[in-house]
Design a protein around this ligand. Sequence first.
Ligand code: B12
Ligand code: SF4
Length: 475
Amino acid sequence: MTQPAPLRIVAYKPRPARQTIAMERVVCCEPLELEYLAAYLADHELTLLDGMTDRRDVVAVAARTRAQLALFSSFITNVEDVLEWAHRLKQLPQPPLVFVGGVHAEVVPEPFCSPHVDGVFFANQLEGIAEVARRIQRSAPYADVAGAIFRTNGSGDGAPTWQKNPGPPLDPAQLKRPRRVLFEKNPDRYFYLHHARCASVKTAFGCHDKCNFCFCTEMHGGRFGPRPIGDVVDELATVPAHNILLVDDNFLGNAGRLREFCGQLRDRRVEKNYIAYGTASFVAQNPELMAELRGVGLRGLIVGLETIDDAELASMNKRSRLADNDASIETCRRLGIDLFALFMVNPDWRPDQFRALARYLRQRRLAFATFSTYTTFPGTALARMENAGGGEPRRGTTPSIEWWRYDLLRLHQRPRHLSAVRYYLWLFFLYLLPSALPSTGAELRRRMGFFRMLRFAGRAVAIGLGFWIKLLRWR
Ligand code: B12
Ligand code: SF4
């Protein structure tokens, strides 16, 4: 039997929406989602377009390559742009089929159901698209493929109808390895702060904590799906990079699994530097294991400290408390692990609460910290609580239909005690504060050297000022 011809496919990870903060001067991650698609669609003629580093127009690329399929991997902030590109693609003389997947679609697929989109993948997305491509190659119907919503011809009156096929999340044990074509071609494009040539590896899906504001805990069917450690270590051993960002939502989930991770890295002499996401409660409760992780290469830890108020932490269903936050800062400092602290700023705060956070940053001498606006993301427990009227009533809150506003900075409600301008000034002040601390200067000089430190500080200020300009233009 003759093999069907490969399909011509363009897969696009969009550039950040133009209204949002441009972080790619300090953090530019390997587009792992595209490289997973490359692994699952290896039998086809695939063009990968990473919008973070490649500003070509996806419609022009699709036209030039005569793409039969156009795939989008979308964050919440890209929804409008993706729908616009889909519309333009359908104006081409030979329009491709348009499919959407990625993080937002995994939990909230419906916003992508437009007349110009042919299907949206929300569960076991990679197997799903591979199966759809196989069927299209053979001119077979695909509207029954699991884990996706497909546009069908409908009742005949021209209006599209949608068929939603439930399906289980992907099986982490069956996951193929990504084909790191983009990273291998241009490793210098991908870095995390001062960690140059930084590749990304995903060792698990979802999170077993249930912080109510968190979108990640809704992913992977709301469950935690770890890959087998042997498989992870095999991958790490072959990744062509010394610096690795572990993109799990919460790498510090299970102490037994982490001990096995450390043991296998030591046994197999895999020597790399890692940056991972983790929780303060885990660090506080497992200082010995943290030391073991430091020993096998953990250099940076991104921790959602969120706030310095125990009542607020409890209301978020956060497992950690202020004492855990303090202990994790202390443990990381003692072990020489860079702590990247993530805080959430609540628009309902009084001015003294902003001042208290600023004081905390100074006292704890935090060198790396980011501040997001406490935002209700669609698909989260917080959104469900607010819809049911169960949460704290939030004045002026309406679900935004401007998707780019979900950049974790913009206000979705009027601040309770400040004007919007004063609120953003506080956010900007907090953002600049860690870099203004004398302890940070010394720390960064030690890590990066004087000139790289200056360049880094300049970029950080430029990003902040750039955001102000965007705020004025797109309120
Ligand atoms: C690392 C990271 C970043 C990196 C960039 C990573 C990247 N590759 O672009 C940085 C730090 C720069 C970043 C920035 C932002 N991020 Co971010 N980030 C993450 C994190 C921690 C991991 C993402 C990752 O690398 N995943 C690895 C890939 C392999 O997994 P995946 O994307 O889920 O893809 C899988 C499937 O979906 C499928 N797939 C993916 N695409 C497609 C497409 C098709 C067609 C198909 C069939 C399948 C498919 O294949 C993969 C294998 O399972 C996630 C948390 C999370 N759980 O995802 C947040 C997350 C994605 N970020 C988020 C947000 C909001 C942002 C920002 C907008 C805001 C901010 N201030 O952080 C900016 C915007 C940047 C931009 N590009 O527009 C949100 C998105 C929420 C949402 N509903 O969309 C998340 C979920 C975190 C959160 N706060 O809840 N981020
Ligand atoms: S620990 Fe982190 S990833 Fe897990 S639910 Fe809480 S905020 Fe989300």
